[in-house]
Design a binder for this molecule. Structure first.
Ligand code: ZN
Length: 284
């Protein structure tokens, strides 16, 4: 292999990294980061892009640039990295910006020492967390800022606190983060194992709109039995100061529904439905 070939390979590798790495960063970035990336004067300010840019500068501008004579001063730093930034713009559009600026508390019910309803080899806390995390991804892709009450199998308040303190810790996230809405995710249970279906709740005496929108979209997406939308007095609803809904995705006490709730495919459908309902709520 001669020198020119080696240089060509280095060039190809650097171009590939320069093009791919910022895109991956962009996909993971929140809408705010994407916006700042788009408006930033050069991509050298992008978080995580530092090493690549230094490498880029070194190999391209210092070594290859003069040899191949492909750079012409000031236009260079902006022109090459602008490629991934353009892709980011397109991606933002396709994912939608319908929830840009919205702050949403996603609250997967139970967790840690409190598994919630347990039946048919299904633990409510697991269903709730899995769907919560899928919902988070969708909301963030649409530009929302998402606060998860928990993103692992744990209690929200320190273990050993009372149930009231545990639930208040979830509600407290609303004011601490100036959230617009609160969405609590649960799985249901009944002594009557024949009962199946999804339902949504809203705080007694407040607007049912969020719960209605989420309920409708959830049934539409999952084709679950529609158990309707009702007022309720659950702690996380009655103590909340912003529009709130508590979603019962299905019954773990029903063998068929428990099996569905444990599958990734059905959890995706549930997350799709809740997400569509939230988007609808902010559209109305
Ligand atoms: Zn529950």
């Amino acid at each position: 292999m001669n020198k020119q070939k080696i240089l060509l390979y280095i060039l190809l590798v650097v171009v590939a990294f320069g093009a791919l790495a910022p895109v991956q960063i962009s996909y993971a970035a929140s809408a705010n980061n994407i916006l700042s990336a788009i408006t930033a004067p050069t991509t050298t300010n992008q978080p995580g892009g530092g090493i690549l840019n230094v490498l880029f500068d070194l190999v391209f501008k210092k070594l290859l640039g003069p040899i191949l004579n492909i750079f012409d001063g000031k236009s260079t730093p902006a022109s090459v990295p602008s490629k991934p930034v353009t892709i980011t713009k397109v991606d933002t559009t396709s994912a939608g910006t319908s929830l840009l600026g919205k702050v949403i508390v996603v609250d997967p019910g139970h967790g840690g020492s409190n598994p919630g309803a347990v039946a048919n080899n299904t633990k409510e806390a697991d269903n709730n967390l899995a769907v919560g995390l899928k919902l988070k991804t969708r909301l963030e892709q649409a530009g929302a800022k998402v606060i998860m009450s928990r993103d692992t199998d744990r209690t929200v308040a320190p273990e050993g606190k009372s149930l009231g303190e545990e639930l208040q810790a979830r509600v407290d996230l609303v004011e601490a983060n100036n959230a617009n809405i609160f969405v609590s995710i649960h799985s249901n249970s009944s002594p009557d194992t024949a009962i199946a279906g999804a339902m949504t709740f809203y705080p007694q005496g407040t607007s049912s709109r969020l719960a209605e929108d989420v309920g409708k979209a959830l049934i539409n997406s999952t084709q679950a039995v529609n158990k309707g939308t009702s007022p309720a007095n659950f702690y996380v609803l009655r103590k909340n100061t912003v529009p709130s809904t508590l979603i019962e995705m299905g019954f773990v006490s029903n063998a068929e529904e428990a099996a569905k709730l444990a599958t990734d495919a059905y959890r995706e459908k549930i997350a799709d439905g809740i997400f569509a309902g939230i988007v609808q709520y902010f559209k109305d």
